[in-house]
Design a protein around this ligand. Sequence first.
Ligand SMILES: *Cc1c(COP(=O)(O)O)cnc(C)c1O
Length: 397
Amino acid sequence: MQIYADNAATTKMSKAAIEAMLPYMDKIYGNPSSLHSMGQEANEALTEARERMAKLLGCEAREITFTSGGSESDNQAIISAARLGERKGKKHIISTAFEHHAVLHTLNRLEKEGFEVTLLDVHENGIVTPEQVENAVREDTCLVTIMYANNEIGSVQPIKEIGGICKKHGVIFHTDAVQAAGHLHIDVREQNIDMLSLSAHKFHGPKGVGLLFARKGILLTTLIEGGAQERGKRGGTENISAIMGMAAAFEEAAANIDSRNVRLAKMRERLIEGLSEIPHSILNGDRVKRLPSNAHFCFEGIEGESLLLLLDDKGICASSGSACTSGSLEPSHVLLAIGRPHEIAHGSLRITLSEENTDDEIEYIIRSVKEVVGYLRNISPIWNDMMNGRKEFVLKG
Ligand SMILES: *Cc1c(COP(=O)(O)O)cnc(C)c1O
């Protein structure tokens, strides 16, 4: 048996997405920049895919740039806003400490160039308030970049309100919506979003493709020099089959958001209920404002890596946090940002569901996690010390 419960890392491609891709591999394989009919057929498909994505995001087709995914879109959005700000002498950027590394590392690079970055403190529930943004905005702020939903703890940010504040102050607002796209409603105009990143493989589309929405009037900086593709803002032959797969996956995901989320939230609630029975454990992220697919816990006295390996032995694919930080021994920056102490942050488990998961699987996951946590604690000398009163528990029992 194998249970996939790591959908925040990546998702299985949907049948519709795979089918939408195939013709662009073996029939309409022309280069969209070619003038002959095969090329033009591919070009028409590209135009159509752009329009379909735009319609679902509530923007115009020309405001969309296809990229290689979430990381590239985040990089391009932030660099572009920084370059625009720089020209007006504005070199201050606001973000949060729990962003994805595609955002944080890009901000680090800008800091080395002399930009000043304010990382807002995050509340314990993993949510930034509009007031915090309001208080941090300065005369020289050129960009606010705050993710829509967190990839580790699943907390959902008040995007529309934050966007409203940015609008009022004339500051560009970018949101990394990679975890939200296809899962939560998006309307860039209604939500006051100036720039938005998304990635297909997080909503059952192919890997290596995504897009950057940039409101008209925002000049993008080219990161990949080359031909005139994407209005000269991103060189390189378009990954046409992947783009077609993304459009199909996004339409499918968007069409069923509400009904799917009801079912996902029901499974998530059962998971949270079951795992909360484990003593000395804590749920991370907001209890209510969280992705319907996300359950994230810390268990005291446990090493996240050991937990994952033993769960894998039981056929359960889960994560300790983001796929990008696993493999490193540093505790997750997201858990540290919400104030979890190191010893707790190490014992984390993220379970992220999809429509394919079943109620039986949820029960199996609960049973297995209880069993493995119990086993690991039994063989842990630190746990032993805590049980014998030689060391204090951090989390209440
Ligand atoms: C996965 C992810 C990314 C990176 O997207 P890729 O397409 O894998 O480059 C960026 N931000 C968030 C929040 C993510 O979850």
